[in-house]
Design a protein around this ligand. Structure first.
Ligand SMILES: Cc1cc2nc3c(=O)[nH]c(=O)nc-3n(C[C@H](O)[C@H](O)[C@H](O)COP(=O)(O)OP(=O)(O)OC[C@H]3O[C@@H](n4cnc5c(N)ncnc54)[C@H](O)[C@@H]3O)c2cc1C
Length: 376
């Protein structure tokens, strides 16, 4: 292989490009990113950047090495997998010998496109400037992102209502942990509204929710994401029912094509989290260079969220059903080390405001014995 093209401009793309070098690939590596920015992390966008505590600059990821060509403003619009060429929006054709698809996902919107969302740096900056003069906000969607945005709005002094479709909020966390998170949200003064029949965004200040109309200065939409696969439409590559690009255990999609990150659907589901994007970026590079002899991608289901004074770190599969073993701490203190055991023998470890190195949390999630209680 002489030239590998990586389409995408964020953590999965960057990790794959750097990993190609780490694996010894000495041909040309070209990264094509549609965004105007250098690669950055989305993680602080709903937290410190939106709150104004962190400058946008602090979200930038380390620049790719000089032996990697990183093109901004390069949007792929078509893939010809047979002739091995990517077409850009300006009509340029970029040929490749190997391709990494890392085009991630975009925010799902409820209106034609005017909704305020938090997916890109530009989104976060636009919303931050709206929040600066607002006194109230409605956040549509009570998942991780919606609750983080609600927390930030509240910290900025806004009145906040979160509207979600059906209880429980944060349903992926399961009822036990979701109840804890919802209690913390209420303590933070966040109003929670359940809309079993969905909502209709009437205009930029009004939302219909059942019989009533809710009003706020700002309405933020945090109702999930959509994988960016439109440019692959005529490529013959297979998409899953969830819209993601289907990849095998070595992140391979088709001859000469691998995929990584939020765009990927594996074993019928997407895993849109940071650690997964990093791990798949590495595995995709290896899968492209070494084929079936590459070490298969080993899922690392670790992720975290910061909301309403809760710093939640999770290692293991979701959803979490039933009650956990409380390994340390107490619900009253909202500082907890928890473990759920699943049918089939696997487990999920969760730290809530509990200081524990990530590696130890992962070991707990993998079934290691619980730590001995600290001596007093
Ligand atoms: C606000 C926010 C907060 C988050 N917080 C957390 C957190 O606390 N913990 C956690 O584990 N995860 C968090 N996540 C999720 C995490 O950021 C994502 O899982 C991660 O960004 C996925 O990386 P990716 O490279 O696969 O995709 P993306 O980050 O979506 O990047 C895809 C890139 O491809 C580019 N692209 C798309 N289409 C094209 C095209 N046709 N041509 C060229 N380029 C294209 C996009 O512009 C983008 O730059 C958060 C996400 C958001 C939005």
């Amino acid at each position: 292989m002489k030239r590998i093209v990586v389409v995408g401009g964020s953590i999965a793309a960057l990790t794959a490009a750097e990993s190609l070098r780490a694996e010894g690939f000495d041909g040309q590596v070209t990264v094509l990113s549609e965004e105007p920015h250098q690669p950055y992390s989305r993680v602080p966008l709903s937290k410190g950047v939106l709150a104004g505590r962190e400058r946008a600059h602090s979200a930038l990821l380390p620049a790719p090495g000089e032996d990697i060509e990183f093109r901004t403003g390069a949007r792929a619009v078509r893939l010809d997998a047979r002739c091995r060429a990517v077409t850009l929006a300006d009509g340029t054709e970029v040929p490749y010998d190997g391709l990494v698809v890392a085009t991630g996902a975009r925010a799902r919107r409820l209106t034609g496109g005017a909704d305020l969302v938090v997916r890109t740096l530009d989104d976060a900056e636009a919303l931050a400037s709206r929040l600066a003069t607002a006194r109230s906000a409605i956040v549509l969607g009570g998942g991780f992102l919606g609750m983080e945005v609600a927390t930030t709005c509240r910290a900025l002094g806004l009145e906040v209502t979160v509207v979600d479709l059906v209880p429980p909020l944060l349903r992926l966390l399961g009822p036990w942990l979701a109840d804890l998170a919802v209690a913390a949200a209420r303590d933070h003064g966040i109003r929670i509204r359940v809309a079993p029949d969905g909502v209709t965004v009437m205009d930029e200040h009004r939302v219909r929710c059942g019989e009533s109309v809710l009003e706020a200065d700002v309405i933020v939409c945090a109702v999930g994401d959509v994988p960016n696969t439109e440019w692959l439409r005529d490529s013959g590559l297979l998409l899953g029912a969830d819209g993601g690009l289907i990849a095998d255990a070595c992140c391979r999609v088709a001859p000469g094509v691998v995929a990584a990150g939020d765009v990927v659907s594996r074993q019928g589901r997407r895993t849109p989290h940071w650690t997964n994007a990093v791990e798949q970026g590495r595995a995709a590079a290896a899968g492209l260079l070494h084929g079936a002899s590459a070490r298969p991608y080993h899922p690392d289901p670790y992720f975290w969220t910061e909301q309403c004074g809760l710093d939640i770190k999770i290692s293991g599969e979701l959803p979490l059903t039933g009650a956990p073993d409380i390994l340390a701490g107490s619900v009253n203190d909202r500082s907890l080390l928890l473990r759920w055991h699943h049918d089939g023998g696997s487990a999920t470890a969760v730290a809530v405001n509990h200081r524990l190195p990530v590696i130890k949390l992962k070991r707990l999630g993998a079934g290691a014995p619980a730590p001995a209680p600290a001596r007093t």
